[in-house]
Design a protein around this ligand. Structure first.
Ligand SMILES: Cc1cc2nc3c(=O)[nH]c(=O)nc-3n(C[C@H](O)[C@H](O)[C@H](O)COP(=O)(O)OP(=O)(O)OC[C@H]3O[C@@H](n4cnc5c(N)ncnc54)[C@H](O)[C@@H]3O)c2cc1C
Length: 275
């Protein structure tokens, strides 16, 4: 039986582990933290669970490709309820509450009322969010072309009311693309970004459970205090041994990181290290 080690038990590592295991591999997922989940981990203090990750999960609408993936991984499906939240986010500014309601007409009217001088820009934002959520592919492509060069900061700067400017850049920072905000809100509008009951810890638990039930192994710290971390340079990679780390011989390593702009891995996706 072929063997694989996956480093990191975040959603990506657990998913890779599940798929490898289902494909007949003897797979072990190693996690440096005390439990699985990566960013989906949460904390319990004085009876309260602090979950700062999942505000919504993309792929909650039936029939989408992502929904099928979540179902096949046991993250969504029968017995997993979904919470449909009334608003996407809300900010408390200068003693007032500004809300990105699920109802776009209500959100548009409240925000325009707050600053009538910005009503046109606000209308444009909600018109295009609705086009992304319910429009034809042609309408969606037009929205992408319109907003592609506009950062959240650019949009905020086009507003005259300072609170409104802060509100629109409160969810994603000023350096993000406005399309990020529009896509996230439009997924929320179309019912494709609801919250699974149990939040982040629930999703992490179900992924880890699926890994184990499909035959994979999960080892979390302190069993693994430190691991050698694969370091990728522009043209090649090599392993850096950390003091006190455990060496795991491998014939081949396939680094997979969350793509970031200017990432050397992203720019040379075909390259893989060998050992
Ligand atoms: C504040 C916040 C809010 C978010 N909200 C949402 C949301 O509402 N909806 C949504 O869909 N997404 C949300 N996300 C994004 C989501 O959490 C990430 O996209 C997702 O967790 C990425 O998964 P991953 O497995 O790639 O990485 P991670 O979750 O970061 O997991 C990587 C894992 O690898 C482990 N690891 C790294 N190096 C080593 C090593 N050398 N040895 C052993 N283990 C190692 C880490 O400890 C970690 O457990 C949010 C993220 C944050 C930070």
């Amino acid at each position: 039986m072929k063997k694989a080690v996956v480093i990191g038990a975040g959603p990506a590592g657990l998913t890779a582990g599940i798929r490898l295991s289902e494909g007949g591999w003897d797979v072990t997922v190693l996690e440096q933290q005390a439990g699985p989940g990566g960013n989906l981990r949460s904390w319990t203090r004085q009876g309260h669970t602090i979950d700062n990750c999942l505000h919504w999960l993309n792929g909650t609408r039936d029939g989408t490709r992502l929904n099928r993936l979540w179902r096949s991984l046991g993250v969504l499906g029968d017995g997993v309820g979904l919470v449909r939240q009334p608003f996407f986010y809300r900010s408390y500014l200068s003693g007032e509450t500004l809300t990105m309601w699920r109802d776009p007409e209500r959100a548009e009217s409240e925000l325009s009322e707050k600053s009538p001088r910005d009503a046109r820009a606000v209308r444009r934002f909600f018109r295009d969010a609705k086009a992304l959520a319910y429009g034809s592919p042609f309408a969606r492509a037009a929205v992408v072309a319109r907003w592609f060069p506009v950062s959240v900061g650019d949009f905020a700067d086009s507003l005259s009311d300072p609170d409104l400017a802060t509100f629109f850049s409160d969810y994603l920072g000023r350096e993000y693309a406005s399309l990020g905000l529009l896509f996230a809100y439009s997924a929320f509008l179309s019912g494709d970004a609801d919250l699974p009951v149990g939040g982040s810890p629930g999703v992490a638990e179900r992924l880890a459970g699926k890994l184990v039930s499909s035959g994979g192994k999960l080892i979390c710290s302190p069993a693994i205090p430190t691991l050698p971390f694969p370091v990728c340079f522009r043209r090649n990679w090599r392993l850096r041994r950390l003091p006190g780390s455990t060496a795991i011989p491998a014939r081949r390593i396939s680094p997979r990181f969350t793509p970031r702009s200017r990432s050397p891995i992203r720019s040379r996706p075909g390259r893989r290290g060998r050992r």
